[in-house]
Write a protein that binds this ligand. Structure first.
Ligand SMILES: [Zn+2]
Length: 367
């Protein structure tokens, strides 16, 4: 996963804390290895739902059918949604919520073909066979839940439009890391994220071209490329979409697993992932012009990837520190194709067969 700026010097104490707490693939500027940075979920042997830092514990089986329409009945809610831990369900608020919050039953009554699964006190949203993480915890109310208006506008309403978020079929595929910026190291050996992202991109390019897409790769060999350069390449190409490919790490935890897809946090909403960066909800970035298209693109890719590889669904998430996304003048997403810190996933990622399935999964989103 890319970081927006080079980490500054840290004390030994902070360094130890970072190693203890952080997760995610290595930054693109500082070289090699590390990998865990405050703000990510801490190492853990399972993924309990927590109010402050929701994680996804949905089944690993993928949705049965891919082409999208949300008008199809949604699959059964995830176990985590159906049976939330009792200690995360808040009591009815003692003061009335803001009047602009939206009743879920009213929203679904206006959109009868859509059946989102949402639980009070949990940011997990299940819709159309994939998980997304809300910006705000829904509030309990009589017979339904209340949703923050930004979640309705930025996470639910965009998915009512199942048409493709493109017109010309031109895309930039960005293999994360490269050169001295190796990304995270695989737990099972001495290979690095940069090799796997490049191979994923090389496999994806011909699949997209066969569907009539014009494809630009930000790098085609093992070179270091800054995040601003990746954005500049997208600018120069004139492509209408941008997809960055990465693999994840939660080292030293070896249990974190699954797929994540990121897009830029809409203005006014807190991010799912902040790492050590200040997350200013009032900030507005160039890519925020594409909030609706971002989540539509993320949802298509995430859902198709789940179907192609059958891994745990960790959800569509939001971050605003990623320069490679927020400076984009086009819809842009970042995909984490599994955990190199998880021995089981690492062994799969190390196989060409798995990377081909990752490529097919992304390509299927561009039909
Ligand atoms: Zn990465």
């Amino acid at each position: 996963m890319p970081r927006s700026r080079r980490a500054g010097p840290t004390s030994l104490l902070l360094g130890a804390l970072i190693l203890l707490l952080a997760s995610g693939c290595a930054g693109s500027r500082p070289a090699i290895s590390v990998t865990r940075i405050p703000g990510d979920p801490p190492p853990q042997s399972s993924f309990p739902i927590s109010v402050d830092r929701p994680t996804v514990s949905t089944p690993t089986n993928a949705p049965a059918a891919i082409p999208v329409p949300i008008e199809q009945p949604a699959p059964p809610p995830a176990a985590a949604v159906a049976n939330p831990p009792t200690n995360t369900v808040p009591q009815a608020p003692s003061t009335p919520p803001p009047t602009n919050w939206v009743r879920l039953d009213s929203w679904t009554a206006r959109h009868p073909g859509v059946r989102p699964a949402i639980q009070a006190g949990s940011k997990i949203l299940r819709i159309g066979g994939a998980t997304s993480l809300l910006g705000f915890e829904p509030l309990p109310t009589q017979g339904t839940v209340l949703l923050h208006p930004l979640d309705v506008a930025k996470n639910l309403d965009p998915l009512l439009d199942s048409s493709p978020p493109w017109r010309r079929r031109s895309v930039v595929i960005d293999p994360g890391h490269g050169g001295v910026n190796a990304g995270t190291r695989i737990i099972t050996g001495n290979r690095f994220e940069k090799e796997f992202t490049l191979d994923w991109a090389r496999r994806l390019k011909p699949l997209l071209e066969a569907k009539g897409w014009t494809v630009t790769l930000t790098r085609t060999n093992d070179v270091d490329l800054s995040l601003p350069d990746r954005v500049r390449i997208a600018e120069a190409s004139g492509a209408e979409l941008f997809v960055s490919l990465h693999f994840n790490s939660a080292f030293p935890s070896q249990t974190a697993e699954g797929l994540e897809t990121y897009c830029l946090t809409p203005t006014g909403m807190p991010s799912t992932l902040t790492r050590q960066y200040a997350d200013d909800p009032s900030s507005r970035h160039p890519n925020n012009r594409f909030d609706a298209e971002n989540v539509r693109l993320a949802w298509r890719i995430h859902r198709n990837l789940l179907a192609a590889v059958g891994m745990k669904d960790r959800g569509i998430r939001r971050a605003r520190f990623m320069d490679v996304l927020r400076g984009q003048d086009r819809p842009a997403v970042l995909v984490e194709g599994g955990y190199l810190s998880n021995p089981g996933e690492a062994r799969r990622i190390a196989t060409p067969e798995y990377r081909q399935r990752l490529a097919v999964g992304v390509a299927n989103a561009f039909d």
